[in-house]
Design a binder for this molecule. Structure first.
Ligand code: ZN
Length: 324
């Protein structure tokens, strides 16, 4: 009898020990960590998505927004994730992307982090075809302020859904309050963007009228695909998109080809970007007399919330100057 008691007590002791160990392991895998750190980590893929998200999450406690790339990185074409990026994504709750093929690494991220909530800012947007890469989408939709308002709404909707489905215990604040603030932030930012839409559409419309009446040449040369959305809306035909980046500098033959097109087609306007080296556009200008205008594609900045709005105001002024 005594022997049986000892065996029973021993079995119970083993069961208690096993349960205790399992609970320790579970806690180590996140439960305890969540209790300690109740902030939501939102990671954005590049600068325009970062600026948009900053505006939407402004003054909402418990949301941390990080940009995967640094503020001077520019567009993401051919971007490869770094070890630091992967660490950031491993601890992220939400990943906000531009979409349209801008994040070429996206499939790998989704495969390695199946629980990560991905918000595609370009959902529902019909993209124009890339001039640089035939058959592919041109992902630079944010440069058309009207499409940017769709991106704001997509971010708002995606974040709202995320907070609606969130376990109440996993954040310190009330998710209803967070959603209210999110919606009011989104409305404020939309108002600002809509002012830009109105001003931008006005100038694009006047360019279009002048191009149609042959008052100005309707053909332009652009550096990089990003100006294509505005050119399209203004009824301008992109005669040539100069593909240029750090890895593929323009060859002498390609520069000669651009110069030939400009001379042959009587092109008066060349639009380049701040992120590109100016020496090539200077040379083209020298040899052809074509005016060179710089577009701010809003892909770099100091991280301030008004970066996008300011870049677009600059672009409106540049277009007014170009087509005055
Ligand atoms: Zn780009």
């Amino acid at each position: 009898m005594k022997k049986k008691m000892i065996i029973l007590v021993s079995i119970m002791a083993i069961i208690i020990l096993v349960v205790f160990t399992i609970s320790l392991i579970i806690n180590k895998n996140g439960e305890v960590d969540k209790e300690d750190n109740k902030s939501i980590s939102v990671v954005t893929s590049f600068y325009p998505a970062y600026v948009l998200t900053q505006n939407l999450t402004d003054q909402i406690p418990g949301i941390k927004v990080d940009s995967l790339t640094d503020f001077s990185a520019g567009c993401l074409h051919d971007y490869q994730l770094t070890t630091n990026d992967m660490k950031l994504l491993a601890n992220a709750d939400v990943f906000i992307i531009n979409g349209g093929g801008m994040e070429e690494y996206l499939e790998d991220v989704i495969a390695s982090h199946p629980k990560l909530t991905v918000i595609d800012l370009s959902e529902g947007i019909t993209m124009i075809e890339s001039m640089e890469h035939a058959g592919e989408d041109n992902p630079h939709v944010w440069l058309d302020p009207e499409l940017y308002t769709v991106q704001i709404k997509n971010a708002n909707k995606g974040l709202e859904q995320y907070f609606m489905n969130l376990d109440p215990g996993s954040i310190s604040g009330d998710s209803g309050d967070i959603i209210d603030k999110l919606n009011s932030n989104a409305n404020d930012y939309l108002d600002k963007a809509l002012d830009i839409v109105e001003e931008m559409n006005q100038i694009l419309e006047s360019v279009k009228e002048r191009a149609l009446s042959n008052d100005i040449s309707n053909k332009v040369v652009i550096f990089h695909d990003s100006f294509a959305y505005l050119a399209n809306k203004a009824g301008l035909e992109v005669a040539y998109a100069v593909e240029i980046d750090d890895e593929h500098p323009l060859s002498a033959g390609e520069i000669a080809e651009v110069i030939d097109i400009i001379k042959g087609e009587g092109i008066q306007y060349l639009f380049t970007e701040e992120q590109h080296d100016g020496t090539i556009s200077d040379r083209i200008k020298e040899e052809t007399g074509t005016e060179v205008f710089i577009i701010n594609s809003a892909v770099t900045g100091d991280g301030s919330k008004d970066s996008y709005i300011e870049a677009m105001r600059y672009n409106i002024d540049t277009l007014k100057e170009a087509f005055k």
